[in-house]
Write a protein that binds this ligand. Structure first.
Ligand SMILES: CC(C)(COP(=O)(O)OP(=O)(O)OC[C@H]1O[C@@H](n2cnc3c(N)ncnc32)[C@H](O)[C@@H]1OP(=O)(O)O)[C@@H](O)C(=O)NCCC(=O)NCCSC(=O)C(=O)O
Length: 443
């Protein structure tokens, strides 16, 4: 099945839903990859575009392939200022005694976890020297046990036989549950979306929804930061902070859940339940909440609660190894962009839009769970080939004329790839720092 066929088959179907309008793909572009990365990217963006058009009642939508590929990477072009580094000093791939491992250390608590296992300072050469004495799987196990983030590089065949790889392969791409059948319709314009996601995958979904009228309120814990991606992913959103260990902030959070139409979250599978908000508790607060979530390694299997990021899932699932072998290289070769994050983001947006459409047509409320690892399985289903494609050379025509005024300075962005009917994305708030707004719904 093509990517589009698999995605269509995974979206919640109901005979009461009118057909999704056609999505025309314009433009060209092929990123350098041995996977069908560009077709995969366009398929995920097109799924969101079709659902957007359907919910808005537009006859058709279009997706610009070139700009879709550019939106799978950084899209902000600062004028006279620079973006912070994406990676901390020790994040990256390291040779072990028997292969390769990737350490993800951008968050200070993940960095501290890795360094506590390695017993060294924040120094890349020192880390490399110690990692070389570990086997990849032993170090992965130790870092994960310390609540850090690491992944050994595995060949695709090993992942296919690994208990987690098998669990993920058996999961649906979108795991839907019906939660209520008596909800009133809500309009896309002003729909209240509570956003508990971080870094790229979840925030990409809510950024799209904010661009077409949703009121997105992002909530972060007191000390979380992600300076490298904040200018990318906060576009169009209000961003507040809440400490869910504190009674007052819990009361505020519960009021937000009661007032929300949709919640999108990217905690580990059981993390929200660990804070006292399992599905039943959320349903008691708001029986009509549409709840769409992602985690890293899938919702079943021994790793369902493992911390993870796109680049780690690429290492675990065989993508980085396949890239290395196909390129004839001797170091891990990931995808040219963080396609699992972005692809998952557009699929989450498609799920939210389908769920809103379903609610409007039948009163049915749903939840859906996705994962980076299951989306990696979708990408891998497109097969591999010798490396093809080339990096896109950006021109002035790729930039939207809109000037975004941020707290860091002015900037332009790449044209957004989706047009629905004749409507283009428009974001009500510029990107900005986390926790700068009040944790409340607009009246
Ligand atoms: C993103 C993460 C790696 C972040 O890891 P961690 O911060 O270490 O884990 P947790 O989410 O479990 O949160 C850590 C602890 O903070 C607590 N916590 C969380 N939120 C709050 C608030 N608001 N207030 C108080 N405490 C909080 C939580 O209960 C945990 O407590 P303790 O239990 O006591 O520790 C993980 O959440 C994760 O794997 N999520 C699923 C996949 C995902 O979204 N990946 C990133 C985007 S995708 C991507 O690849 C990318 O963008 O790159």
């Amino acid at each position: 099945m093509t990517f589009a066929e698999q995605i269509n088959a995974a979206l919640f179907a109901d005979p009461a839903l009118p057909e999704t309008p056609p999505v025309a793909v314009t433009g060209t572009g092929e990123l350098p990859s041995c996977f069908a990365t560009s077709d995969f990217a366009v398929a995920t963006v097109s799924a969101a575009a079709g659902e957007l058009a359907a919910l808005r009642g537009d006859d058709a939508a279009s997706v610009n392939r070139r700009h879709a590929l550019m939106w799978f990477d950084m899209t902000l072009r600062p004028q006279g200022w620079t973006l912070p580094n994406l990676w901390d000093p020790i994040a990256g791939d390291y040779a072990t005694a028997d292969g390769w491992i990737r350490l993800h250390t951008n968050a200070p608590h993940h960095c501290a976890a890795a360094l506590s296992v390695l017993g060294c300072d924040l120094d890349r050469a020192a880390v490399a020297k110690i990692v070389a004495n570990w086997t990849a799987e032993d170090l992965e196990t130790a870092v994960v046990a310390a609540k850090g983030c690491a992944a050994a590089m595995r060949p695709a065949e090993d992942w296919a036989h690994h208990p987690q790889g098998k669990a993920v392969a058996a999961e649906p791409l979108m795991d839907w549950t019906v939660t209520a059948t008596d909800a009133a319709p809500v309009a896309l314009h002003g729909v209240k979306i509570l956003d508990l996601t971080r870094v790229l995958a979840g925030p990409v979904a809510t950024r799209l929804l904010a661009g077409f009228g949703a009121d997105v309120l992002r909530i972060d814990p007191p000390s979380w930061d992600e300076p490298g991606v904040v200018p990318e992913v906060t576009l169009g959103k209000r961003c507040a902070g809440l400490d869910l260990t504190q009674p007052d902030d819990r009361a505020t959070f519960e009021a937000l859940v009661r007032g929300a139409d949709v919640m999108v979250h990217g905690y580990r599978r059981d993390a929200l339940a660990g804070m006292g908000y399992n599905r039943d508790a959320l349903r008691r607060l708001n029986p009509h909440l549409i709840d769409v979530s992602l985690n890293a390694y899938g919702n079943t299997g021994p790793w369902a609660n493992r911390r993870g990021f796109d680049s780690l899932v690429q290492m675990s699932s065989g993508i980085a190894h396949t890239g290395m072998i196909t390129a004839g290289a001797n170091t891990p070769r990931p995808l040219p962009v963080q396609a699992l994050d972005h692809g998952t983001g557009y699929l989450i947006a498609a799920c939210v839009l389908r769920a809103l459409r379903l609610r409007g047509a039948t009163g049915t409320c749903t939840s859906a769970r996705l994962s980076l690892a299951r989306v990696a399985h979708l990408l891998a289903s497109g097969g591999t080939r010798p490396y093809a494609g080339e990096a896109l050379e950006e021109t002035a025509q790729d930039l939207s004329p809109t000037i975004e005024t941020t707290v860091w300075g002015t900037a332009q962005r790449i044209h957004f790839p989706i047009v629905t009917g004749v409507t283009q994305a428009h974001w009500p708030h510029p990107a900005g720092p986390l926790r700068r707004h009040r944790a409340t719904w607009a009246p």
